[in-house]
Design a protein around this ligand. Structure first.
Ligand SMILES: Nc1ncnc2c1ncn2[C@@H]1O[C@H](COP(=O)(O)OP(=O)(O)OP(=O)(O)O)[C@@H](O)[C@H]1O
Ligand SMILES: [Mg+2]
Length: 531
C-alpha cells in the first residue's frame, strides 16, 4: 500500500492541508515539536482503519473534520474518506478504481476496506516504528513475544477459526435438534394421516359392499314388482273372462228357465179354468230342460266360485306388488351420499398424506444435512485443537526470524547479534518453553536490558525490519511502505548514519515516511517541513 495524497481538514493541528506524496522514495518530515509531523502518520491510521496510534482523538472538538487518503494497493487505486461531524458522528466511504461503494454500516465498510489495505495490527507491527514502540518486541514478556510472533505469521487465525468452529458447534447442534424435532413431527403426521386414510378406505369397502347389496336387492324388488304386475294382469283378464261367462251363463239360464216355464204352461198340471190339480206327466222335454238348468246353475256356481277365488288371489298379488313398491321406496338413499363423501375424503386424505410424506422426506434431508455439518464441524474443531500443528509452525517461524533479524542488524552494527530462541533459560540453568531474545556482543550477561540506549535502538530497528520481513514472507506480500517516527533518539552519529543508510536503501523500493525533529542530510524524494 502506497499513499499518494493526504487531505486533512480540522485534524489535530491542521485546519486544512493537502500532501501530494511520491509512491516510492523517502518522504522526510521535519519540524519543531507539536508542529504536526506525527499527525501525518496518525492521519493514515485514522483514515484507513479508524484507529489512533496514540490512543487519543485526533478530531478538533466541535468541528466537522475530514481525512482523505488516495492510495495504491494491490494494483488498484483507492480513495478513502473518513469524516467526523460536529456531533462526533463518524463515517467512512471509499472508491476503488473510481467506483464508489456503499455499505449499510461503517463496520461493513471497514471490513471491505481491510480486504484492500490489510489489518491494522499487521500494518502497525510490520510497517510502523515510533519512539513509543521502538522496543515493542525486545521489551515484551516471553508470552507477549510469542503472541506477537504468532500474529505476525497469522497463527491467530487458527485460534479464531477454532473459536468460531466451537461457537458454531452449539449452533449446529441446536439446528440438528430442531431438524430432528421437525422430522419427528412430520413422521408422526405421516403415521396419523396413513392410519386415517386406512380407516377411510376400510369404510369405503364397507359402503361399497352395502351399496352392491342394496342394488342387488333393488333389482330383486323390481323383479318382484314386474312378476306381481304380470300375475295381476293375468288374474284380472281371467276374472273378466269369468264375469263374461257368468253373464252368458245367467242369460242362458234365464232362457232355459223361460223355456221350462213355457213348457210347463204347455203341459199344465191343473185346470186353467177351475184350477183343479191334474195328474202331471213329466215328459222328455221337461227333463231335458230341467237337466239343462241344473247344469247351467252348476256352471254358474263353478264360475262364481272360481271368480271369487281368483279375486282373492288377485288381492294377494296386489298386496305383494304394493309391499315390493314400498320396499323400493324405503331404499336408503343416504348410502350413495355417504359413499360420495367418503370418496372425496379419501382423495383429500391421499393428497394430505402425499404432502406430509414429501415434507417428511425434506425434513429427513435437512436432518441429515445438519448432522453432516455438525460432524464436519467437530472434525474441524479436533484438527484445529491439535496444538502441535501451531507449535510446529511457530518453531519454523522462530527459526526463520533469527537470520532475517540478523541480516538487518548486520547493516546497523558489526558487533551485536540477536537470536530468537523457542526456549528461555531459568535461573537454575534449566529451560522452559518460552520465546526468548539472546543478545551477544553487548549488554553483558543481562542481554537486552544490559545494552546501552543507542545499542538498544539499533537492535529495535533491526528486529522491527527483520520481523517485518518475516511477516512479508508468511503473508506472501512484499511490504511497500514504512513509517518511522523519531527513531533516532539515543543514537550516536555512527548509529544515525547506519540507520540512515539502511533507510536510504529501503527507500529505493519502498515508500518510507521518516519523521524527525532533527535535521539530517538525507536524499529525500519529498521533504515536508511542518510548523
Ligand atoms: N484532537 C486534537 N485537537 C486539536 N489539536 C490536537 C489534537 N490532537 C493533537 N493535537 C495537536 O496537534 C499538534 C501536532 O501533534 P503531532 O503529534 O503531530 O506533533 P509532532 O510534530 O509530531 O511533535 P513532536 O516532535 O513533539 O513529536 C500538537 O500540538 C497537538 O497538541
Ligand atoms: Mg511526533
Amino acid at each position: 500500500m502506497r499513499i499518494t495524497k493526504i487531505k486533512l481538514m480540522n485534524f489535530m493541528s491542521y485546519t486544512s492541508k493537502v500532501f501530494d506524496l511520491p509512491s516510492v522514495g523517502l518522504i522526510y518530515i521535519t519540524g519543531p515539536n507539536g508542529s504536526g509531523k506525527s499527525s501525518i502518520l496518525e492521519a493514515v491510521s485514522v483514515c484507513l482503519w479508524g484507529r489512533s496510534l496514540r490512543g487519543a482523538s485526533p478530531w478538533v472538538e466541535g468541528q466537522k473534520g475530514k481525512v482523505v487518503c488516495e492510495l495504491e494497493a494491490n494494483g488498484k487505486k483507492l480513495v478513502v474518506r473518513r469524516e467526523r461531524d460536529a456531533n462526533d458522528k463518524k463515517s467512512l466511504a471509499f472508491s476503488v478504481d473510481g467506483v464508489d461503494y456503499d455499505f449499510p454500516t461503517a463496520t461493513k465498510a471497514q471490513e471491505a476496506l481491510c480486504t484492500h489495505v490489510g489489518q491494522w495490527d499487521l500494518w502497525r507491527k510490520t510497517s510502523v516504528l515510533s519512539s513509543q514502540d521502538a522496543a515493542h518486541f525486545s521489551s515484551a514478556t516471553d508470552s507477549e513475544k510469542k503472541r506477537l510472533l504468532e500474529s505476525l505469521i497469522g497463527l491467530e487465525k487458527y485460534e479464531k477459526a477454532q473459536k468460531i468452529a466451537k461457537e458454531q458447534t452449539s449452533g449446529l447442534q441446536e439446528e440438528l435438534n430442531k431438524a430432528k424435532f421437525v422430522l419427528q413431527e412430520k413422521q408422526t403426521s405421516v403415521a396419523v394421516l396413513s392410519a386415517s386414510l386406512e380407516r377411510l378406505i376400510e369404510t369405503r369397502g364397507t359402503l361399497e359392499s352395502l351399496e352392491a347389496n342394496q342394488e342387488a336387492n333393488r333389482q330383486k324388488t323390481l323383479t318382484r314388482i314386474a312378476e306381481a304386475e304380470a300375475k295381476i294382469a293375468a288374474a284380472q283378464a281371467k276374472i273378466a273372462e269369468y264375469v263374461y261367462d257368468i253373464a252368458d251363463t245367467d242369460k242362458e239360464l234365464a232362457s232355459v228357465a223361460k223355456a221350462l216355464e213355457l213348457h210347463a204352461m204347455a203341459n199344465a198340471t191343473e185346470c186353467y179354468a177351475c184350477g183343479t190339480k191334474l195328474k202331471q206327466k213329466p215328459d222328455e222335454r221337461h227333463r231335458e230342460l230341467t237337466m239343462q238348468m241344473a247344469n247351467l246353475q252348476n256352471k254358474l256356481m263353478y264360475l262364481r266360485g272360481n271368480k271369487s277365488q281368483l279375486s282373492g288371489v288377485l288381492q294377494t298379488y296386489l298386496f305383494s306388488k304394493s309391499s315390493a313398491e314400498s320396499d323400493l321406496a324405503s331404499t336408503d338413499n343416504t348410502l350413495t351420499d355417504s359413499l360420495a363423501k367418503n370418496r372425496a375424503d379419501v382423495e383429500k386424505a391421499e393428497i394430505a398424506l402425499t404432502e406430509a410424506q414429501l415434507a417428511m422426506v425434506s425434513a429427513k434431508a435437512n436432518a441429515e444435512k445438519a448432522n453432516v455439518e455438525l460432524e464436519v464441524n467437530k472434525h474441524v474443531c479436533e484438527l484445529l485443537s491439535i496444538r502441535r500443528i501451531r507449535s510446529r509452525l511457530l518453531l519454523d517461524a522462530i527459526g526463520l526470524a533469527t537470520p532475517l533479524i540478523q541480516q538487518r542488524l548486520a547493516q546497523l552494527t558489526d558487533s551485536i547479534t540477536v537470536e530468537i530462541s523457542p526456549t528461555s533459560e531459568l535461573a537454575n540453568g534449566a529451560t522452559k518453553d518460552a520465546i526468548s531474545l539472546k543478545i551477544t556482543g553487548a549488554g553483558g550477561t543481562d542481554g537486552y536490558s544490559g545494552c546501552s540506549g543507542g545499542q538498544r535502538r539499533r537492535i529495535d530497528v533491526g528486529i522491527l525490519l527483520g520481523l517485518a520481513d518475516l511477516a512479508c514472507a508468511y503473508t506472501g506480500k512484499d511490504r511497500d511502505s514504512l513509517y518511522l517516527d523519531e527513531i533516532f533518539d539515543a543514537l550516536d552519529g555512527q548509529g544515525i548514519e547506519k540507520v540512515q543508510e539502511l533507510i536510504q536503501d529501503i527507500a529505493t523500493t519502498e515508500q518510507v515516511f521518516l519523521i524527525s525533529h532533527t535535521q539530517m542530510a538525507l536524499q529525500a524524494s519529498l521533504h515536508i517541513v511542518t510548523g
